[in-house]
Design a binder for this molecule. Structure first.
Ligand code: VAH
Length: 320
């Protein structure tokens, strides 16, 4: 992997992954693209940026050729809650954009990464220590696009020899970029509200468990999988990965270890609660560990400590 094109660079993953890859491979080796330009973003200062609508396959092909990339990381997609509100658009963008990206990877023989999600599982999936290979009958449009995306990326590997790789991300927590329209976003919002107001009203019920991961571990996982020896890979799209599984009550208790007066209450959002309840409580990430040495560094309390420290500086507060 030497020269990389990223779609959806201003998203929650893309904004941090672009900076990490530029640090590792060189600023000019990472071409950041998104459907709109966000003035003032540090991504614009440190390396090439291009406007790209992933629904325009020819434009994507032209950019990949112009910069002579050898790797395509496709992140542009709608997340679960937005996808449930706009299911037809979610299918068009998530599947149309993915097909375009896979076609460009096939035409130009590019290494390829796109994320799946724990959203690819459904109510019939074993909920605890969910296996790598198991039943996948999601009840959300987001999940339908993730299962179809996994199968499509595997097809491009077996049928056309495209070097496709992917992971099933849990909820991702970051202090740098706010997520947009996910079900797990409460686990990001809670830290901002803890710093701003020392209280949070959760839209997910107190005892609802979901897999989660701190963004530094997610970024490390993408780089490690893309650099992995292909001879070791038994699976490709997509590996279960997780760092922790917690409920809103448990993340509140973790925050209270640092902010003893932090208060939590609940106004459950039935739409996002239903989505959350259809997902696993905890994943089995053994295949990722065995096949490419996946090894998360953060647990709930070390993530909480880092999030509160970084957000206190970012928001100019001294709560933590
Ligand atoms: C979402 N953050 O909530 C994303 C993710 C596992 C959740 O796919 O939609």
């Amino acid at each position: 992997m030497k020269k990389i094109l990223i779609t959806g660079c201003f998203g929650q993953i893309g904004s941090e992954l672009t900076m990490r890859l530029r640090r590792d491979y060189g600023n000019d080796q990472v071409i950041a693209t998104d459907i709109r330009r966000i003035e003032g973003s540090p991504l614009l200062e440190h390396g090439p940026f291009e406007i790209l609508d992933v629904m325009d396959q020819r434009a994507m092909h032209r950019l990949a050729e112009k910069y002579q990339v050898d790797t395509l990381i496709h992140l542009a997609a709608l997340l679960s809650a937005v996808a449930e509100a706009k299911p037809q658009l979610a299918w068009q963008l998530n599947m149309g954009g993915l097909m375009n990206a896979l076609e460009v990877a096939r035409e130009l023989n590019l290494k390829f990464f796109t994320p799946s999600s724990i959203g690819c599982f459904g109510p019939e999936t074993p909920a605890d220590h969910t296996p790598q290979d198991t039943i996948q009958r999601p009840t959300t449009m987001y999940g339908v696009t993730k299962v179809a995306g996994e199968l499509l990326a595997d097809y491009y590997y077996t049928k056309f020899g495209v070097d496709t790789r992917g992971v099933r991300f849990p909820g991702l927590i970051s202090h740098k970029t706010l997520p947009g329209g996910g079900t797990t976003d409460y686990a990001v919002d809670i830290y901002y509200e803890a710093i701003k107001r020392n209280r949070y009203t959760s839209y997910i019920a107190a005892d609802t468990y979901m897999d989660m991961m701190y963004m530094p571990d997610a970024i490390e996982a993408i780089v490690r999988l893309l650099e992995a020896d292909p001879a070791r890979l038994i699976h490709r799209n997509a590996f279960n990965i997780t760092a922790m599984s917690f409920s809103p009550a448990e993340i509140a208790a973790s925050i209270q270890k640092y902010l003893p007066d932090f208060k939590m209450d609940y106004q459950v959002d039935p739409v996002r609660q239903k989505i959350a309840e259809s997902w696993p409580n905890s994943l089995d990430a053994r295949c990722a560990k065995d096949e490419w040495d996946f090894a998360p560094a953060y647990d709930l309390d070390t993530m909480t400590q880092d999030m509160l420290e970084k957000l206190s500086k970012k928001l100019g507060s001294t709560t933590a």
